[in-house]
Design a protein around this ligand. Structure first.
Ligand SMILES: Nc1ncnc2c1ncn2[C@@H]1O[C@H](COP(=O)(O)OP(=O)(O)OP(=O)(O)O)[C@@H](O)[C@H]1O
Ligand SMILES: [Mg+2]
Length: 466
């Protein structure tokens, strides 16, 4: 039986859009305002609520508070305006399961639907877990497994670059050396790490566990990696296993390793040398058998020379290095990838789509994919949403963001320009992207220029797949 979702939004076209995106998997009830939502809760007993934040009269946060008073277990996902971190933090504090940024350009709104679906799936799974405490432990294991299995398991493509990459991954899969995966954003570093684990014997004996070193502040990252004893710090109410323990006999993937602090770096070096560690606040030594894969799109050599990355750790993790080719070097693979994404999204949306018209192919071939495969995937997802059932994706549906097509002014002039007629939102995202491009190797520098923290920049980039 389909689970019931309430979609609460005062914007009728966004309600229709969400209904289209979600109704294959869920029973969607669209509701125009918070009051109606509250009065229908008892009758329809929804499994999850998705609500807009900005609504007249009762807003999404007030609605979350009211829902939580009566139904503390009912998950609420709040759609906040892009960039309003305060609103996001606020709704999380009030008990929302998660928030998702909504992009509004003129009167048209959109959001990252892949992320939304994943959030819904996780929220519903969490409810199930809460209902079945006895099965709690195994369910968590399954959930974690599913999250890592969410992504595809093979690299698409037949270009020389992809074939060489595949061969290299096969060769490293069954040796235990640490692998460093390098490459531009969106080239498939996370995917490659997961595939290496799947091809290795470790797939049978242990798990693939991943963590993004840029996403957590230093002390949390340390506790996450090595675990902590009860009372090790204020929030350490119980003893917790670290990811090194969780990944025992499996693979631990440290994404954006360049963001790990020097103190975490020295602990990592020590684990790599001794194959053992202590939990934060603990005295017992744990021995583990973990294969480490690291990824970065920064220049570690530069970080080493600036004293921000330990040279000894750099040599330790750089035993084998794999470079992910950018999409522009993959020739016709870009079309195979686009076709594969069409198939995937048309299956997910239960919407048969023929393929690509010749003009659409031409456009895809000539576009400069600065965000690599991720950018391509997002463009195709949007195109599939707007392509009529049974037809092919045309060049019109491939709405390539014009800022990527425009050559940015030369680096020496360091100027940023855009045509008139863009929304503030477009300009913001294009500017962020331009600053990132100008500072490909330093997040901190890019964040400084933009006047936000590195963590916020990382979050914006992930959320908008920049
Ligand atoms: N060769 C490929 N075949 C199929 N899918 C791919 C390929 N390369 C990348 N992808 C897909 O592209 C998206 C981006 O890949 P991924 O997240 O692994 O990139 P990344 O290099 O880790 O990016 P970042 O540096 O921003 O973290 C994912 O959805 C991934 O599954
Ligand atoms: Mg990545």
């Amino acid at each position: 039986m389909k689970r019931t979702l309430f979609v609460v939004d005062d914007d009728p076209s966004f309600r229709i859009l969400l209904n289209t995106v979600l109704s294959k998997e869920y029973q969607v009830v669209t509701i125009p305002d918070a009051q109606t939502c509250l009065s229908q809760l008892e009758k329809d007993k929804p499994d999850l609520i998705i609500t807009d934040y900005a609504m007249p009269e009762t807003n999404g946060m007030e609605l979350t508070i009211k829902i939580k008073e009566k139904y503390p277990e009912l998950p609420v996902i709040v759609l906040t305006a892009y960039g309003s971190i305060e609103a996001a933090v606020e709704v999380l504090k009030k008990g929302a399961f998660h928030y998702l940024e909504k992009n509004t350009s003129g009167t048209v709104s959109t959001a990252n639907f892949t992320v939304l679906k994943e959030l819904i799936r996780r929220a519903l799974e969490r409810v199930d877990l809460q209902n079945e405490t006895a099965r709690y432990k195994t369910e968590v294991e399954n959930l974690k497994k599913q999250v890592t299995e969410f992504r595809p398991t093979t690299l698409v493509g037949n270009s020389d670059a992809i074939q060489t990459l595949r061969k290299m991954m096969e060769q490293v899969a069954n040796i235990d050396s640490t692998v460093l995966i390098r490459g531009e954003t969106g080239t498939g570093k996370n995917l490659a790490a997961a595939i290496i684990h799947k091809m290795s014997k470790r797939k049978e004996s242990g798990r693939f566990v991943e963590i993004n070193c840029a996403a957590l502040p230093e002390t949390l990252l340390e506790a996450e990696l090595f675990g902590h004893e009860q009372g090790a710090f204020t929030d350490a109410k119980t003893t917790k296993k670290g990811l090194f323990e969780v990944a025992d006999k499996g693979t631990l993937f440290l994404d954006e390793i360049d963001s790990a602090s020097l103190s975490v770096q020295s602990k990592l070096l020590s684990v790599l040398e001794t194959r053992s560690f202590r939990r934060v606040g603990g005295t017992k030594t744990f021995s583990v058998d973990v294969r480490l894969i690291c990824a970065t799109n920064a220049s570690l050599e530069e970080k080493v020379s600036e004293g921000k990355f330990r040279e000894d750790l750099f040599y330790r993790i750089n035993v084998v290095s794999i470079i992910m080719p950018p999409l522009r070097e993959l020739g016709d693979d870009v079309i195979s990838l686009a076709e594969q994404f069409i198939q995937r999204f048309s299956n997910e949306m239960n919407k048969p789509i023929k393929g690509l018209t010749d003009e659409a192919k031409k456009q895809i071939r000539s576009h400069v994919w600065k965000g690599n495969v991720r950018e391509l995937r997002n463009v195709i997802e949007r195109a599939v949403i707007f392509t009529p059932v049974g037809e092919s994706v045309t060049e019109n549906q491939i709405s390539l963001t014009s800022f990527s097509e425009q050559p940015l002014n030369s680096r020496s002039q360091k100027q940023f320009s855009m045509d008139f007629g863009k929304s503030l939102e477009d300009v913001k995202l294009a500017y962020i992207q331009a600053v990132l491009k100008e500072n490909p190797n330093s997040y901190t520098e890019a964040a400084k220029i933009l006047g936000i923290t590195s963590k916020s920049l990382w979050e914006i980039r992930k959320r908008h797949d920049l």
